[in-house]
Design a protein around this ligand. Structure first.
Ligand code: PGA
Length: 236
């Protein structure tokens, strides 16, 4: 696991964007695993600016999102379908039929396998150490499934995306599992701001999988880059 620390979120996101763009330039049929949340927004903005400037060709790229809320219409502004469309897909020349999200009925892990594996998985991290919506207690062998969100995740997401209305936040989601995530060839995890400090400190100290801190599973992956700003890790 390699840590890369930057002065600010913009420089960190530029570094991550270069990893994504290098991959696509070398393989126009690249398969990307994508994350939602506040963390990757700057990365997606940079990818959109690159498209305007350099016309990087996304037409044959396939994307697989990590998760989606359960019980929310995909047209809802709070859905991750909407998020991805708004922040990335509508601003690049990706073919919408090449963009995939987990759902109850689409046998997502098989779908990913049929398309070859994910070349590069982008991840955020929850303050409780979740990756995707694999909350504490998740099984190391978990595949894509319906999960219950924890109280802390619901509270954090209410603040960030639901006007602080806890009752509006879905209580369940469909998430790729820890095993699904670990099958990606390369993983880039982004973490910005002091709210991620504790999670990043724990990740640095991880030496084996701890189900109470799901991100610790990454310790066993051969190619993980953790990209952080200085607030997320004042010690490095
Ligand atoms: P955030 O969420 O990017 O909104 O901080 C990350 C996560 O919960 O995985």
């Amino acid at each position: 696991m390699e840590f890369k620390k930057f002065d600010n979120e913009i420089d960190a996101s530029k570094f991550a964007a270069d990893i994504v763009l290098d991959l696509i330039k070398n393989n126009n049929k690249a398969k990307l695993g994508l994350a939602t949340g506040s963390t990757p927004i700057t990365l997606y903005d940079i990818l959109c600016s690159d498209y305007i400037k350099n016309k990087t060709n996304w037409s044959e790229v396939k994307t697989f999102n990590l998760d989606e809320y359960y019980g929310l219409s995909i047209e809802s502004k709070a859905s991750y379908h909407y998020f991805m469309n708004h922040h990335l897909f509508s601003k690049i020349n990706i073919n919408k039929s090449n963009t995939y999200f987990p759902s109850e009925n689409n046998n997502y892990d098989n779908l990913i396998k049929q398309n070859g594996s994910i070349d590069l998985q982008i991840l955020g991290i929850g303050t409780n150490g979740h990756i995707g919506f694999n909350e504490p207690g998740s099984d190391i062998n978990s595949l894509t499934r319906l999960v219950d969100l924890t109280k802390s995740t619901i509270e954090v997401n209410a603040k960030k995306f639901f006007n602080n209305d806890i009752s509006a936040v879905p209580k369940k989601a469909i998430s790729m599992g820890l095993k699904s995530i670990m099958q990606a060839k390369k993983i880039v995890l982004l973490a910005f701001g002091s709210s991620k400090y504790d999670a990043i400190s724990k990740l640095k100290k991880s030496t084996k999988f701890d189900p109470n801190f799901p991100a610790s599973v990454l310790f066993d992956h051969p190619d993980v880059t953790i990209i952080i700003d200085k607030e997320a890790d004042i010690d490095l």
